[in-house]
Design a protein around this ligand. Structure first.
Ligand SMILES: [Zn+2]
Length: 85
């Protein structure tokens, strides 16, 4: 199945528009909302909460934050603790 190039939703029958560019690439838009946001309003799909790209960016950022937090925790564990004697 073809995915919408803007929101990432899968193509459903009798809905959406296939836009064929002059260079031969085909873009599928599931709705006029996606088509207008992409072509007319020229919005960044990574900045709109209802798109798949936004969720992917957020998940990736959350994973990276978790990884850096884990690394910092490991570094703290590796440091020798001063013993009081
Ligand atoms: Zn869409």
């Amino acid at each position: 199945m073809v995915k919408c190039v803007f929101c990432g939703r899968e193509e459903s029958f009798h809905k959406g528009v296939h836009l064929i560019h002059n260079n031969g690439t085909v873009s599928f838009f599931c709705s006029s909302k996606c088509r207008k946001n992409s072509l007319k309003l020229e919005r960044d799909k990574r900045k709109l909460k209802w798109t798949e790209a936004y969720r992917l960016v957020r998940v990736h950022a959350a994973e990276q934050a978790k990884r850096t937090a884990d690394k910092q925790a490991e570094k703290k564990d590796e440091k020798p603790k001063k013993s009081k004697k």
